[in-house]
Every structure is written in structure tokens, then in C-alpha cells.
Design a protein around this ligand. Structure first.
Ligand SMILES: [Zn+2]
Length: 112
């Protein structure tokens, strides 16, 4: 066993999970940590207007054809598609052109 000394360890500001790499820690805080207040979407607390469905995206690039299935969210009240903080690396920016980030507060929230 090796014991490493004099190394830097990064910890999530919200849940204290440890990371050896700074960019992994930053990615976790922004796109994985539900304890981050900026990631606590009001709709996910059980709003009856939230619709969840699977969406498959197709695209072609230099490496060939690709297919990627992810969950998509829609607010039936606002009639708008939404995405959450859990962005997957396979998701492309153009997939969110007609989407909004799921809100953290919503005056139309109604529990089921
Ligand atoms: Zn965390």
C-alpha cells in the first residue's frame, strides 16, 4: 500500500463528497448533487403538471451515427419542455433550444 502525502483533495461544497480532480468536483456540484440548492427543482417535488417521457435523439458526426435516449420533461400548464440539472455528456446544446431549465420556484406548482 502507498500512502500519498501532500496531495490536494476537493470536496463538494454541499454534500462533502471527495474528489481527486477539481473538474470532477465542479461537474458533480453543477450536474449531480441534489443537495446543491441550485439543483432542487420545484417540479420534481411532485407537481401534477409535470410530464416525464423518454426521448431518443439521433445525430451523425465524423464517428458515425449515434443514438441517445434520455428522460425529457414537460410542464403541461406552461406547455414547455424542460431539462434538469442532470445533464448527460452525450446531450448536445441544440437539444435544449426549445427547452427551459426546470424552475427552482413556481407559482403554478400543485402537488398530486
Ligand atoms: Zn455533492
Amino acid at each position: 500500500m502507498k500512502e500519498l502525502t501532500n496531495t490536494t483533495i476537493y470536496a463538494c461544497e454541499f454534500c462533502s463528497k471527495w474528489y481527486k480532480r477539481k473538474h470532477h468536483c465542479l461537474h458533480h456540484e453543477a450536474h449531480r448533487c441534489f443537495q446543491n440548492p441550485n439543483n432542487q427543482h420545484k417540479c420534481l417535488e411532485g407537481c401534477k403538471h409535470l410530464q416525464v417521457f423518454n426521448k431518443t435523439e439521433y445525430w451523425v458526426d465524423f464517428a458515425g451515427e449515434h443514438e441517445f435516449t434520455h428522460k425529457d420533461f414537460k410542464c403541461a400548464k406552461y406547455d414547455v419542455e424542460m431539462y434538469t440539472y442532470r445533464l448527460h455528456p452525450n446531450m448536445k446544446v441544440y437539444q435544449f433550444i426549445n427547452s427551459i431549465r426546470m424552475p427552482l420556484k413556481c407559482h403554478l406548482y400543485e402537488s398530486v
